[in-house]
Design a protein around this ligand. Structure first.
Ligand SMILES: *Cc1c(COP(=O)(O)O)cnc(C)c1O
Length: 392
């Protein structure tokens, strides 16, 4: 059997692009300075590189230079945005609206706020994973200060009606934050056009290094305030203390620049490959594709193989890296919890545990699609035969 591992888990992380790595290397050695050292050349060179990356990232989303804050990743950006904004506007209200399908770091930030007396509304989604802007309108109260809705979901790929949500927030004078980690390299995002006030994203999902992220925070019309969650040296305009990861930030800037340049062509290519994989897997009976057929990121394919246990399927596919919808095991009991996202779109526990996420990327090839389709079809047929025999 072909033992070359195939990576089809680009929603989890991506390899560093070699152009990104090349840009980073000098900043580990020759240019090792601390960007906060303002009194000598070592610091100036680091600072200049950080500011160039900031400019590259800001211009990619139509933001202004000072509106981009570097963090340690999207988890930190989401914590800083959700908690930091909620606390900064506490005098105005204590109600936060988010969705049932957010990444755990947003849900857990909201849960932490709930412990401190905030009230949280979790908007439902339809069977395709979309929020209804009317539900948002109906959930708004005079105490609502922040709405946090993810741009694209990391399990089922669904894109939200961002423009409509932005308009609702603008009309009600509410701050709109989005976790755009999975969307930032898939489509051109203009924060002005979409009325976005705050936006989190991450380097390692776009072929940059791990442990670096950004928070876009609107500086005017209106200026958004946050309460910093790190106290210390006052880096990042006083909003995120801590010595900057200069090589990481340089890599992030380069990754963003490359992603923006490649976006249109590359997303067309990935969509074609994704559609091909979907078409091939559809030859199997009794599967369903999760998410929205028309509002879905181009590299996502979430498939429920009915009557097949995803964990067993993944065991059969040992040299193919994909992800199960029920990947979280409870440590104490060994029981699987099934994904809150699949639950929110109406899957029952059986279907949830039969769901596999394929996510394609920059280095996915036609040949890989063919191998994966062939191997998956073979394995599903085998497992279904076993379970039929077992039932007799
Ligand atoms: C990966 C991911 C995160 C977490 O990003 P890190 O940089 O790994 O902390 C948050 N939200 C979404 C949607 C993600 O896909």
């Amino acid at each position: 059997m072909n033992s070359v591992p195939i990576y089809m888990d680009y929603h989890a992380t991506t390899p560093v692009d070699e152009r990104v790595l090349a840009a980073m290397i000098p900043f580990f050695g020759e240019h090792f300075g601390n960007a906060a050292s303002t009194q000598h050349r070592f610091g100036w060179i680091a600072k200049e590189a950080v500011e160039a990356a900031r400019t590259a990232i800001a211009s990619a989303i139509n933001a202004r230079h000072r509106e981009v804050i570097f963090t340690g990743g999207a988890t930190e950006s989401n914590n800083l945005a959700v908690k930091g904004i909620a606390k900064a506007y506490r005098g105005k209200g204590n109600h936060i609206i988010t969705t049932a399908i957010e990444h755990k770091c947003v849900l857990d930030s909201c849960a932490a706020l709930a412990h401190e007396g905030f009230r949280i509304t979790y908007l439902p989604v339809d069977a395709r994973g979309r929020v209804n802007p009317d539900d948002l309108k109906n959930a708004i109260t005079e105490n609502t200060t922040v709405v946090s809705v993810m741009f694209a979901n990391n399990e089922i790929g669904t894109l939200q009606p961002m423009k409509e949500i932005g308009i609702v927030c603008r009309d009600h004078g509410i701050i709109f934050h989005t976790d755009a980690t999975q969307a930032i390299d898939k489509q051109k995002i203009d924060v002005d056009d979409l009325n976005i006030h705050a936006m989190s994203f991450s380097s390692h999902k776009i072929y940059g290094p791990k442990g670096v992220g950004a928070l876009y925070l609107r500086g005017k019309n209106p200026k958004i305030n946050i309460v910093p969650q790190n106290d210390g040296g006052g880096q990042e305009f006083g909003l995120r203390s801590g010595t900057l990861n200069v090589p990481g930030i340089v890599g992030f800037g380069k990754a963003m620049q490359i992603a923006t340049e490649m976006m249109e062509e590359e997303m067309g290519r990935e969509k074609k490959l994704r559609d091909l994989l979907q078409e091939k897997l559809s030859l199997l009976g009794d599967i369903s594709v999760n998410g929205s057929p028309e509002h879905r990121i181009q590299n996502n394919l979430s498939v429920t193989f009915h009557a097949v246990h995803a964990e067993m399927l993944m065991n059969e596919l040992s040299d193919i890296a994909v992800s199960a919808g029920a990947a979280c095991h409870s440590e104490e009991t060994g029981n699987e919890r099934f994904s809150h996202v699949l639950k929110a779109i109406g899957l029952d526990s059986g279907a949830g545990k039969s769901t596999v996420r394929f996510s394609l990327g920059r280095f996915t090839t036609d040949a890989e699609i063919n191998i994966v389709a062939e191997r998956v079809i073979h394995a599903v047929e085998k497992l279904r035969t076993y379970s039929l025999e077992g039932a007799q």
